[in-house]
Design a binder for this molecule. Structure first.
Ligand code: F6R
Ligand code: MG
Ligand code: MG
Length: 364
């Protein structure tokens, strides 16, 4: 049976500040999804939040980029924005960049990751959702999951993974894409994957049957809006087990709290801390950046779950490391590399300061 898994998310108002989502917003989204399920549009759904980002996880038979699904998500975000305004939540409607819906939420502010799959005998999926970070945050974990044998031993010893995976990489500034084959092209691929501000892994496929293995949201809000409007706070869907990495191989990259952009005012680098849903309320210096992971078995489109995958004391040590790295970076205050490099600050006050001081720069 073919089923489409759609994860569509937006920050439509923070509670308190940008730290979390108000329970009434979650209830509103829950009601909207329940109605779409009764109407037969959705097979199943799960509503959650990662910090101030409202996450709509949906299964249906309508395929990717479906206008009815996208419109229903958009309408949910609009209704949520109205409620956010009455509660005077912070930044109500922040990610809704367009005034009205026009066919597809892509390019309109919300983040989207969708995959149409032929459901396997047992269909294991893991959905990653992040707050206070940007689209390229998945590059390192996806590389480790699908190309690094030190992370994923299945690449070496599982016959159905040994051929490797193909990575579709997007240039988010020039709107171009390229596909790299792992393992033979990993050195070329890392030239780009290692620059996550510009290049983001959009999808991963199995080499032999071209089966979709992972897909991420690559929308860059600042590039869409031409100004700083909040961070992308991306999502990523990964299939696990069988011809894909095992659940533990998919989660393993997050034991290193790698440094990502998006902390405080979207202008700082910080460690990506894997946490349970209950702990995804970034408050220290508006962070540090968080990632949550919900696991499901999909049964005829039904979302059996979720399991809160980072709710495991085995991740305590890396949370401690993230705390340590956060302390260390914070000591740099307004200095790089805690603060983002100048060219990443162009959507902030930098151009205004440059204009103000224009006449005062003298030749040396
Ligand atoms: C980071 C983030 C926050 C805000 C900060 C200022 O991605 O969302 O750090 O940038 O709290 O928020 P505003 O400008 O909305 O007052
Ligand atoms: Mg926000
Ligand atoms: Mg957010």
């Amino acid at each position: 049976m073919n089923v489409t898994l759609s994860v569509i998310k937006a920050d439509i108002g923070g509670y308190v500040g940008h730290s979390s989502t108000h329970p009434d917003i979650l209830s509103l989204a829950e009601e909207s999804m329940a109605k779409a399920k009764i109407d037969g549009m959705l097979i199943d759904y799960h509503v959650t939040n990662c910090g101030d980002d409202l996450q709509l996880i949906m299964t249906h038979k309508l395929g990717e980029d479906n206008d009815r699904i996208h419109k229903m998500a958009w309408d949910t975000f609009e209704a949520g924005t109205k409620l956010a305004r009455t509660l005077k939540l912070h930044g109500a409607g922040q990610d809704l960049l367009a005034d009205s819906f026009s066919g597809n939420v892509k390019g309109m502010g919300p983040g989207v990751a969708e995959m149409e799959i032929e459901e396997r005998e047992a269909e294991t999926v893991l959905i990653f959702m992040a707050d206070k970070t940007a689209a390229g945050a998945w590059n390192m974990p996806l590389y480790k999951m699908f190309a690094d044998p030190f992370n994923t031993i299945g690449l070496v010893i599982a016959a159905n993974m040994h051929a490797g995976f193909a990575f579709e990489m997007h240039d988010v500034k020039e709107h171009k894409k390229i596909v790299f084959k792992a393992p033979e092209e990993i050195y070329d691929m890392l030239v780009f994957a290692g620059a996550p501000g510009r290049y983001a892994v959009k999808a991963v496929y199995t080499r032999e049957s071209r089966e979709i293995s992972a897909v991420s949201s690559t929308q860059r809000l600042s590039l869409m809006a031409g100004r700083y409007v909040g961070k992308d706070d991306p999502v990523c869907i990964v299939r696990a087990q069988g011809q894909f990495p095992a659940v533990g191989e998919v989660l393993e990259p997050f034991t290193t709290p790698h440094i990502v952009e998006g902390w405080m005012r979207g202008s700082h680098n910080g460690p990506l801390m894997p946490v349970s849903v209950a702990q995804a309320n970034p408050s220290r210096f508006d962070g540090p950046p968080r990632v949550i992971c919900l696991g499901f078995q999909i049964a005829d489109g039904r979302l059996v779950g979720p399991r809160d995958m980072f709710d495991d004391p085995a991740f305590d040590e890396c949370r401690r490391q993230a705390g340590w790295a956060a302390d260390y970076l914070r000591k740099h205050g307004p200095f790089e590399p805690h603060r983002l490099p100048l060219d990443e600050m162009e959507y902030t006050t930098l151009p205004q300061v440059m204009r103000k001081l224009e006449g005062r720069f003298e030749e040396i």
